[in-house]
Design a protein around this ligand. Structure first.
Ligand SMILES: Nc1ncnc2c1ncn2[C@@H]1O[C@H](COP(=O)(O)OP(=O)(O)OP(=O)(O)O)[C@@H](O)[C@H]1O
Length: 967
């Protein structure tokens, strides 16, 4: 059971829909550590700036397969992910989860929570590949963050690139791959950081924990101009060395080889050294490097020559009409070219790494059934000084807001119109107008920028600003000083009135950043280096490609615009879910809820409008919850709805019937409605779950039997009749009994087949041995393997002699005959020939006198007792008092005792008589031929003296007789 959170879990249920109530509910919940709240299916998340105990396997289990609105379950990103996952798995619809909010609001953290949930998806088929992919997906994070995130003034771990990740699933709903698309890396950070900010994490990690010796780097980050522009090289709680280790572990797991990693570190090291390169004017109009040792270090690390780099940095080479034109650069311009090289190296390294990650986490296409995309892209940001990057980032956020409007506010309201519901449209600000202002072609800001960049002759940011003023100065969302700006309006700037707030953009650098010029000679130096990674990163440095260099590549602005439109198109093909992140304060502090800051975000995110529109559509989800209709209703839909309304005794003013849907006005009504449904649903959920379980088990049972059938399909042809065949594992414990029954059925069948495959004689023998088994197995040692001959005295001419005896007593055949020892009353062993006929037992003396020594009718055998050890002695108990006989059947050294007992038993049975066969330690007998004499007792002992194999037992008389046998 989860704890009960304070406040209202879904804003749709708020009594009063206004900003104050909305913010108050957020605050109540925030102070109760309840950071997630719904607006219908949208999750609003407030950054707690502290670790909360609401994540991890136990929490994940709570949300697995649950209905989002089930009672007693608190709102969570897990719930949203589960809903998306379930829809993906069972309806086969691609999903996307769009996470938005300003910088530091918690988007990246939310995306990690989603990944956690997905990585916990059950691997039902125990596919090791699935486990590997899950781990890879998780392990890409520290790598991406190290290279793509940095400390900004808004967020200590700010994503400086946009990330869209498709998680790919197979038919069983298991993650089998992933694909990352990145958008505009803020590469200017490689050379420059604002005060209080840092370069990308990876540089500081490399110095703290990487192979600095090999790269001739010092551990102190303040020594590197590229790392120290913001005056901050350390972030409070961050342990760069530990982060390096985690990042490297990620690289290892994803599959970056040691060589690849070394080359990556070399590129990073070279960038840091590049920052130390300085220039002086040379004798002509050009420049030369004044820090030669640094140049040598770079050349060494990158596998090139100092001269090549120097020439590359101090010259500008362009291709015009197929001609290569090279001209020297002044020291100022050379610095620019140095920084451009550093940026290019970093950006291309980043892209190269993303490509490798995609290669490694890729699944062959055929196995992918659906995807869940997660979009975690830089949030709306306003800095003191905002440049081209902020312009792009904020434009991206406008596009996402537009998508949100399209998918939620607009579409839903259009639905009411379509349904013919009387509806007062809810006002919301549609930011389409701002998107147009930026991206329209011709005439939009990007288009005007491109025009200036392309035009021949000198270009200046200021001239472009003028152009903007004259072109779009009248636009309601565009302001310049010259336009309606006042005195405080900063110079060289324009202001955009974004949906999320006003932002002043300083035009300095827009043209350069948009053209993103990179001179061919530098690309060539990189391409021709000995480092294979650089060769891959700079294919445009291959001179062979210069001749037919086609048209100019698109500008950075246009390329970004294109990538944004592609991104929106991708998202549009999927069913979206939203996480709207809110930043509670600007101090990155836990427990501080700055109401004004929050109110501002609630406003620009359009959350209130979202609630209003949702509320009207709320009952979409409550289609059928009256006892009469839930879960079965056999009438038509409209009268079913009527039945529900009657059950609720709803006032006619409270609702409207649409063409296909019901619209309820007051959320209070809906709430009771909802509450009732909440009570009904768990019951049916349980029921459905148990049905489902039964169906699933049945399906698995069927599969098991199919497998079984396949396994034993050719069993009859198997010489062993399936003896060594492996049985398929049972899929569920309910099959345990069935399995053991089946196994014994199989064993019986097999035994029968084995028997039937034998000759009639062998079958007969087997049957006899089976009987022996019931007498002796696990009671005394006996030799099952022996052949049973029955008559062991054939050479004695018995046939002739015995026929006379037989005829005299009515026997027709010899059942068993062997030489034995018979113990006399005085315990003397006498040799005798024992003959068991089908009616009588005879004891002849060894000379085979015709007269039998003794005759006993088989029907007189009361029992035969044998010992539980190796003694080969049997006591035949007679029904005639005093006539018990002690025989040792071990003369031959073979175990003929068992044979004797079984054959005699069968002969008796044939004659219609039954006797007992006892296996006991102590045998009572009477052989005194005088019924008055007391019964005697014999016990068995292993002989203390060595007896030769086959040497018979000896009987020692005493108060209790003792029989010594060869152990
Ligand atoms: N759910 C959470 N639990 C605990 N801390 C959080 C949570 N969400 C965010 N934070 C904290 O806030 C910081 C900023 O969050 P995050 O990096 O996710 O912001 P963001 O919206 O992705 O920002 P940006 O747009 O700058 O990348 C995190 O580093 C973390 O310290």
């Amino acid at each position: 059971m989860q704890r009960k959170e304070k406040g209202i879990k879904d804003f749709v249920l708020l009594d009063k829909i206004d900003e104050n109530s909305f913010v108050a509910n957020l605050k109540t919940r925030f102070e109760d550590n309840a950071i997630y709240t719904y607006v219908g299916e949208v999750v609003v998340s407030v950054n707690p700036y502290k670790k909360l105990p609401i994540y991890g396997p136990e929490e994940i289990a709570r949300y697995r397969g649950k209905y989002v609105f089930e009672p007693n379950i608190n709102p969570h990103v897990y719930a949203l992910t589960d809903t998306a996952y379930t829809a993906m798995k069972f309806k086969g619809i691609d999903q996307c989860i769009i996470i938005s909010g300003e910088s530091g609001a918690g988007k990246t953290e939310a995306s990690k929570v989603i990944m956690q949930y997905i990585a916990a998806v059950e691997n039902t088929n125990h596919n090791t590949e699935v486990d590997r992919v899950k781990e890879q997906l998780l392990r890409t994070n520290p790598v991406l963050e190290a290279f793509g995130n940095a400390k900004t003034n808004r967020n200590d771990n700010s994503s400086r690139f946009g990330k869209y990740m498709d998680i790919q699933f197979n038919f069983s709903g298991e993650p089998v791959g992933g694909h990352v698309t990145t958008y505009l890396l803020e590469k200017s950070r490689v050379n420059h950081q604002e005060k209080g900010e840092r370069n990308f994490h990876i540089f500081y990690q490399l110095l703290a924990g990487g192979p600095t010796g090999d790269l001739q780097l010092q551990k102190d980050a303040t020594k590197y101009p590229y790392l120290n522009k913001g005056g901050t090289v350390k972030v409070g709680s961050v342990d760069d060395a530990a982060d390096f280790k985690e990042m490297k572990g990620g690289m290892d797991f994803i599959g970056f080889t040691a060589d690849q990693q070394n080359n990556i570190f070399k590129v990073l090291g070279a960038i840091l050294h590049l920052g130390l390169v300085e220039f002086a004017a040379d004798e002509k109009d050009g420049s030369k490097v004044s820090t030669k040792p640094v140049l040598e270090t770079i050349a060494k690390i990158l596998g090139t020559t100092p001269a090549a780099i120097e020439t590359g940095l101090s010259h500008k080479t362009i291709i015009s009409g197929g001609n290569v034109i090279s001209s020297p650069l002044t020291p100022d311009k050379a610095v620019y070219s140095r920084d451009a090289l550093a940026r290019q190296m970093y950006q291309r390294l980043f892209s190269w790494m993303i490509d490798r990650i995609n290669e490694k986490v890729h699944t062959p296409h055929g196995e992918i059934k659906n995807v869940i995309g997660v979009l975690d892209i830089y949030g709306f940001e306003i800095f003191e000084s905002n440049s081209f990057e902020q312009f792009c980032i904020n434009y991206c956020n406008e596009k996402l807001q537009q998508l949100f409007i399209e998918l939620t506010l607009k579409t839903e309201q259009e639905e009411y119109m379509k349904e013919g519901i009387q509806w007062t449209p809810i006002e919301f600000f549609n930011n389409r107008i701002i998107c147009d202002l930026i991206e329209k072609k011709p005439g939009g800001i990007i288009s005007l920028l491109d025009e200036d960049c392309m035009r021949p002759g000198d270009k200046s940011d200021k001239a472009w600003l003028e152009k903007l003023q004259s072109g779009i100065g009248a636009h309601a969302h565009f302001v310049t000083k010259k336009g309606h700006g006042d005195k405080t309006f900063p110079d060289n700037s324009f202001k955009l009135v974004h949906y999320a707030g006003d932002v002043f953009y300083n035009v300095n650098g827009f043209i350069d950043k948009n053209v993103d010029a990179f001179f061919k000679d530098l690309a060539q130096v990189m391409f021709e280096s000995k480092n294979p990674l650089l060769r891959e990163m700079f294919p445009d440095g291959d001179k062979a490609t210069w001749k037919n260099a086609g048209k100019m590549p698109p500008t950075a602005g246009t390329a970004f615009k294109t990538s944004m439109n592609e991104m929106i198109a991708t998202l549009n093909t999927k069913a979206p879910s939203y996480i709207r992140c809110i930043k509670p304060n600007d101090r990155k502090s836990a427990g501080v809820f700055d109401e004004d800051r929050v109110r501002h975000q609630v406003r620009y995110l359009g959350l209130l409008e979202n609630v209003r529109v949702r509320r009207a559509g709320f009952c979409f989800r409550a289609e059928s919850s009256a006892p009469a209709t839930y879960p079965h209703w056999r009438g038509d839909a409209r009268s079913g709805v009527k039945a529900i309304l009657d059950h609720l005794k709803l006032d006619a003013k409270e609702y409207q019937m649409g063409k296909t849907k019901l619209f309820v006005k007051n959320p209070k009504t809906v709430f009771t409605f909802e509450e009732e449904r909440e009570n009904i649903i768990p019951k049916y959920v349980t029921k459905i779950q148990s049905w489902w379980r039964v169906i699933r088990v049945r399906r698995r049972i069927r599969e098991y039997f199919e497998k079984l059938q396949q396994t034993f399909a050719n069993i009859k042809k198997d010489p062993n009749f399936g003896k060594g065949t492996r049985w398929p594992a049972i899929p569920h414990p309910v099959l345990k009994n069935a399995e053991s029954t089946l196994k014994s059925v199989h064993a019986n069948w097999r035994a029968k087949r084995m028997v039937l495959s034998l000759s009639p004689e062998r079958q007969d023998l087997l049957r006899k041995k089976c009987l022996g088994s019931t007498f002796f197995t696990s009671k005394r040692p006996w030799n099952l393997q022996r052949d049973w001959t029955g008559n062991y005295i054939p050479a004695l001419g018995l046939a002739a002699r015995s026929s006379a005896i037989f005829r005299g007593h009515g026997d027709k055949e010899v059942v068993f005959a062997d030489e034995v020892l018979k113990y006399s009353r005085g315990a003397r062993p006498d040799r005798r020939m024992l003959i068991v006929g089908d009616a009588n037992i005879y004891k002849l003396d060894p000379a085979f006198k015709v007269t039998p020594k003794r005759v006993m009718s088989i029907k007189q055998i009361k029992a035969i007792s044998v010992s539980p050890n190796k003694a080969s002695v049997a006591v035949i108990h007679s029904t005639q008092p005093g006539f018990d006989t002690i025989l040792d059947l071990g003369v031959s050294g073979q175990d003929r005792l068992s044979e004797f007992v079984v054959l005699t038993y069968l002969a008796a049975r044939k004659a219609g008589h039954k006797f007992a066969v006892n296996v006991v330690d102590t045998i009572q007998y009477n052989n005194a031929e005088n019924p008055q004499k007391p019964t005697q007792t014999v016990v068995f002992q292993a002989s203390p003296r060595a007896l030769k194999p086959g040497q018979p037992s000896t009987l020692k008389k005493g108060s209790t007789n003792t029989l010594f046998y060869a152990p």
